[in-house]
Ligand binder design. Structure first.
Ligand code: UDP
Length: 324
């Protein structure tokens, strides 16, 4: 398959590209390099362009005959989205419309869209399945939910086949150590822990220790980035057999507190990782854990790397020798 990977130079996108190559497919990356890295996709064609640039997108679809598109371009920080909602709706919603229109004109009918656990807002169930109501509480989650709604409307109107994958907490890095998570500034927990172990960045802070969880810190469902990538491939195959718009929650069905992740990092690095206790971060729900039953049954997907130490170890391999 020839697959357009929008946002392919980013953290999840670059692992997606490797996964496609490993399965002998032909990825073409489209990325404005605002948060992505050219070095992460050195081995594949890279078109530097913005998702909101309809003209460039049309040219790309004229020049290539794609079997499917994977759309991972997004602004994705909850806190930032609260302060810059216009930018989030511009990039995440308007940008997606530009891509969808270009796909429609080029008669490309299969899309895998990267959505998020943030569509659920403050979830009401300990294990979130696809029946759980989507009630986003920040512009980031709302922008992803709006796109899911657009995809549902595009199915009957234009025959677009789509799968929205709601990622829980993407983590880890490719075992090669050649690509990994690199955001500037970095806001995510595992990179912040490992960077502080290496003496890089500012002192590690725990955002809130008074949540209603077993040790007072937030619980999250950490999924290895290569497992996420594998789910996209399965989603494309699923769309060969199914029309309509579909959604799947991608998690491990188990969660870890912030303190448990720090413990895992201590075991993996052998270092004593110190931290400060800080106040809660705006927009953080106490617990976010996915039920992955639907993905297991309908996509035949299950995470291969489930041990949290293995996930943290793969991230450590990257961070201890990060190339970009
Ligand atoms: N977190 C933290 N310190 C950090 C970064 C994150 O305590 O330096 C907490 C954060 O408040 C949340 C959890 O770790 O409870 C996971 O945050 P992350 O930003 O990695 O992912 P999110 O769940 O926001 O997508």
């Amino acid at each position: 398959m020839k697959v357009l990977v929008c946002g392919g130079a980013g953290y999840i996108g670059s692992h997606m590209v490797r996964c496609l190559l490993a399965h002998h497919h032909e990825p073409v990356v489209y990325d404005n390099l605002s948060t992505g890295h050219r070095e992460a996709v050195a081995d594949v064609p890279l078109i530097v362009g913005d998702i909101r640039d309809s003209e460039t997108l049309r040219t790309v679809f004229d020049q290539h005959c794609f079997d499917a598109a994977i759309h991972l371009c997004a602004h994705s920080l909850v806190g930032e989205s609260m302060n810059k909602p216009y930018e989030y709706y511009q990039n995440n919603v308007f940008g997606t419309l530009c891509l969808l229109e270009a796909m429609h004109e080029a008669d490309v009918t299969k899309l895998v869209f990267s959505s998020t656990a943030a569509v659920f807002g403050h979830p009401l169930a300990p294990l979130i399945d696809e029946e759980h109501a989507a009630r986003p509480i920040n512009p980031y989650g709302a922008s992803k939910w709006m796109v899911e709604r657009i995809l549902a409307d595009a199915a009957p109107a234009y025959g677009l086949r789509s799968v929205s994958l709601r990622y829980f907490n993407a983590a880890g890095a490719d075992p090669s150590g050649e690509i990994g998570e690199s955001h500037h500034p970095e806001t995510h927990l595992i990179p912040n822990i490992l960077r502080s172990a290496l003496g890089k960045g500012s002192a590690l802070k725990i955002f809130g220790d008074d949540y209603p969880t077993k040790d007072g810190t937030c619980v999250r469902d950490y999924i290895h980035v290569n497992d996420l990538a594998e789910a996209h491939l399965r989603a494309i195959r699923f769309l060969d057999q199914h029309d309509g718009a579909h959604c799947f929650n991608l998690g491990s069905s188990s969660g870890f507190t912030v303190l448990e992740i720090i413990e895992a990092a201590r075991r993996v690095t052998g270092m004593d990782i110190s931290f400060e206790r800080a106040s809660r971060r705006a927009g953080d729900p106490p617990v976010l854990v996915a039920s992955n039953v639907k993905a297991r049954v309908q996509l035949g997907w299950r995470p291969a790397i489930t041990n949290i130490d293995d996930i943290v170890r793969s991230a450590w391999l990257w961070h201890s020798q990060a190339r970009y």
